[in-house]
Design a protein around this ligand. Structure first.
Ligand code: SIN
Length: 280
């Protein structure tokens, strides 16, 4: 098959910019397959100058990958409940997603991927960082891999969306709900990617509370080690946004982090989240 897309990696560990496609078009199966392949190979892919990606077009593109999530704690966009408007006003202090996490790991069937569109980008700052959790797993010793392979962890939105949690406090423009009674779900600490079969770490600082069968206090030292290890610079990439750019990341094997370094400026993004399966 001759490629019509240009795919350029942006860092050693993960991330590639793709040009030569308008995501608002009715993509052919060949174009879709190529984008899908790049998504699996690079874990997060970026597209610039997607000015035609209206809310309906964004949902149409996202639906090629699965059904769309309606966030249980954050109100969706008017007329488009499946889209989140992630807005930070110049006077807001906190930002949504301002900590390392994997989207929706607090669900029984967490998100496959998230497709974020840049509506209004600050003149400086507001980049998003990503970290490859397959690379983080592969860099561990055999002994650590073996031990982690036998562990499950408990995930919940209860902390992040509690009254003190960053996501719930960031309510001025986001309309988040407090989720004190959010359910807990158990996922393997080492997840096998359902499409590539590759193993990666699947715990994150925002939503992983403890290991299954252990107290929070017992879990903390090993979780702290994993949280620090997993964001090591060698596993990361950094995306500088431009207006109408798109980032599409694989939550099954990536963390991401929205930097909050543009105080006094407005940043407006729009996210579609594709539902995934139960981690194994
Ligand atoms: C998110 O966590 O989905 C937000 C990422 C960003 O705004 O860069």
């Amino acid at each position: 098959m001759t490629s019509t897309l240009d795919i350029t990696p942006i860092a050693r560990a993960l991330g590639a910019e793709i040009s030569g496609v308008n995501l608002a078009d009715d993509l052919s199966n060949a174009q879709f397959d190529e984008i899908h392949r790049a998504f699996l190979d690079h874990h997060v892919i970026f597209f610039r100058d997607q000015a035609d990606l209206t809310p309906d077009a964004q949902k149409r593109f996202a639906r090629r990958f699965g059904t769309l999530n309606v966030h249980p704690y954050v109100k969706g966009m008017d007329g488009h409940p499946e889209l989140l408007e992630i807005i930070k006003e110049p006077e807001d202090k906190l930002n949504f997603g301002g900590g390392w996490h994997s989207d929706m790991s607090f669900l029984e069937e967490p998100a496959l991927g998230s497709i974020l569109y840049g509506v209004e980008i600050p003149a400086f700052g507001g980049d998003t960082l990503f970290a490859n959790q397959i690379a983080a797993y592969e860099a561990l010793s055999d002994g650590m891999k073996e031990m982690l392979g036998g562990l499950n962890a408990i995930h919940s939105a209860s902390r992040e969306y509690s009254a003190k949690g960053q996501s719930a406090q960031d309510r001025q423009s986001m309309q988040s709900e407090v989720a004190i009674d959010a359910p807990e779900f158990e996922h393997p600490v080492v997840r096998t990617h359902p499409e590539t079969g590759r193993k990666g770490l699947y715990v994150n600082p925002a939503f992983t509370l403890r290991f299954a069968g252990m107290t929070k206090r017992e879990s903390r030292p090993l979780l702290n080690f994993l949280f620090e290890h997993s964001r090591d610079e060698r596993f990361t990439c950094r995306f500088r946004w431009s207006q109408n750019a798109v980032a599409f990341w694989d939550n099954r094997c990536c963390w991401h982090y929205a930097l909050n370094d543009y105080q006094g400026q407005r940043r407006h993004m729009r996210r579609a989240t594709v539902n995934g399966d139960r981690p194994r």
